[in-house]
Design a protein around this ligand. Structure first.
Ligand code: ATP
Ligand code: MG
Ligand code: MG
Ligand code: MG
Length: 471
């Protein structure tokens, strides 16, 4: 089954269960200044869960474009390292707004996976929140999953990958216990079942999360009950496609193979397994869709996240020996595989290509020199890149500090982040004393600001650049 067919099958299934099909919302949340990017399907419905917005329907389903490259959910550093994480991905979701609850949500998920798609039941594992006896009983007694494949999971304690069966979009807002469905890709792949000490592997891959939205978390951490309990589910399209296409890694699915092939062609790379090709294929999706959604490369906020992702992609191109602009030339292949599902992408093709090319030309001027500086520093400085050097790379050569950290990580080195922050602070002070006026305007990009919320000015920026804005 092709990725595009899976999208349709999912929507068709939930349409047959009386769900209203809604379009994907923007990567830039329109209803939530506290959130950097849309990181799951529920974001556009946040106010519906909170009870402050009413829709004309109580069941919905969609395919939502998501980005996890900043804020509470950040998978940027997993890209190229796991088989299952992207920065940009598509989430298949179905919702109940005070209508059905655990029983139907679980039964329909099972029916879709095993009935419609025909997944082998023996390969599916499920987790439930440790105190959620109700969900446990539904899985065991009504669905018939053997108890040894139903795992009770608590809250994770900050471990980056550890299963966590209490879902929250951010530190505040709607949240609740969840039950998750995992697929066993089979022996030979490292990793243990969910809840085991070696669960952080790629053998048992989480495909679907069903959240039972019951609470609203306040800034002080307290939970209050939502007006009506809701269901919020999210399933990674690329992970499901990998299962259905009998491949292990998301990067082996049809859509990614096309992008990887194009990246190989543009960089003259023969080895299609090269990690850099995967990173480039991942990053073109994130970057193109951010631009489609009105973000342009800049030195702060969302624009700085975009800039960081573009520069990471360019550095991977450089590693493959590509020193000329190539990244923008990935766009036609992207349109080929995603343009039908997202017509806004072909509609803004020119803008996307122009914005990427401008950034390539800009960073192209300093990337090579910066890499030489990095090599030099790495040779001299043992296990840790000094903060002052990371700052020089940032300030003079345009290397975002996470890019320097990423290069360092590949060589088993680390960056003195505290030292970098201190150098940054000194720079701020110099700027402050140099200007008694609006020091903000003259301050350099701040890594912290990339994580801070910004006002969405995207469409104005787009109009100003002469691009057509399609609603
Ligand atoms: P994981 O534990 O694998 O990091 P998650 O628990 O963080 O996933 P959820 O927040 O539950 O993910 O999101 C719902 C679904 O979205 C997941 O079950 C998975 O299929 C998919 N998903 C989550 N993060 C990513 C990602 N970075 N890339 C691709 N798919 C993802
Ligand atoms: Mg995760
Ligand atoms: Mg998880
Ligand atoms: Mg999850």
């Amino acid at each position: 089954m092709k990725t595009s067919e899976i999208r349709s099958a999912f929507l068709e299934f939930f349409r047959s269960k009386d769900h209203t099909i809604v379009p994907s919302s923007s990567l830039v949340p329109s209803n939530d200044p506290t959130l950097l990017f849309t990181n799951s399907g529920m974001v556009q419905f946040k106010n519906v869960f909170l009870g402050s917005e009413k829709l004309g329907y109580v069941r919905a389903a969609d395919v939502q474009r998501c980005l996890r490259a900043g804020g509470k959910h950040n998978d940027l550093d997993s890209v190229g390292y796991t088989a299952r994480h992207h920065t940009f991905f598509e989430m298949l979701g179905n919702w109940s707004f005070g209508d059905y609850f655990k029983r139907e949500a679980i039964a329909w998920a099972w029916e879709f996976l095993t009935g419609v798609l025909g997944l082998e039941k023996e390969r599916l594992w499920v987790t439930v929140y440790h105190t959620d006896d109700e969900a446990h009983a539904i899985w065991k007694d009504e669905i018939g999953v053997p108890p040894e494949r139903i795992v009770r999971i608590g809250d994770n304690k900050g471990a980056p990958y550890a299963s966590d069966n209490f879902w929250q979009m951010a530190d505040t807002g709607p949240c609740g216990p969840c039950t998750e469905i995992f697929y066993d890709h089979g022996p030979g792949i490292p990793g243990g079942p969910p809840g085991s000490p070696d669960e952080d592997g790629d053998r048992y891959i989480e495909i679907w999360n069903l959240v039972f939205m019951q609470f609203d978390r306040a800034a002080d951490g307290t939970l209050s009950k939502l007006p009506a309990p809701c269901v919020d589910t999210g399933m990674g399209l690329e992970r499901l496609a990998a299962v259905l296409q009998h491949v292990h890694s998301n990067y082996e699915i049809d859509l990614f193979q096309r992008l990887i092939g194009e990246a190989a062609r543009l960089t003259g790379t023969r080895d299609l397994e090269n990690k850099s090709l995967r990173v480039i294929a991942d990053h073109i999706r994130a970057c193109a869709f951010l631009i489609v959604d009105g973000v342009l490369p800049s030195n702060e906020g969302r624009g700085y996240v975009l800039r960081r992702i573009i520069r990471r992609a360019l550095r991977h191109g450089y590693m493959l020996g590509q020193k000329q602009p190539f990244f923008h030339a990935m766009v036609p292949a992207l349109i080929e595989v995603m343009g039908d599902a997202y017509p806004e992408l072909p509609a803004k093709r020119e803008l996307v290509e122009r914005a990427l090319k401008a950034e390539e030309e800009r960073f192209g001027e300093t990337l090579e020199q910066g890499m030489k500086v990095f090599e030099d520093v790495a040779r001299k400085s043992g296990n840790t890149i000094p903060g002052a050097d990371a700052f020089r790379l940032y300030d003079t050569y345009g290397f975002p500090v996470d890019l320097t950290a990423d290069i360092a990580r590949e060589r088993g080195l680390s960056v003195d982040m505290a030292g970098f922050e201190a150098a940054m602070e000194q720079q701020r002070e110099r700027a402050r004393s140099a200007s008694q006026f609006d020091s903000k305007a003259t301050l350099p990009a701040d890594v912290a600001s990339a994580l801070a919320p910004t006002v969405f000015l995207g469409y104005e920026a787009l109009s100003a650049s002469g691009a057509t804005v399609v609603a």
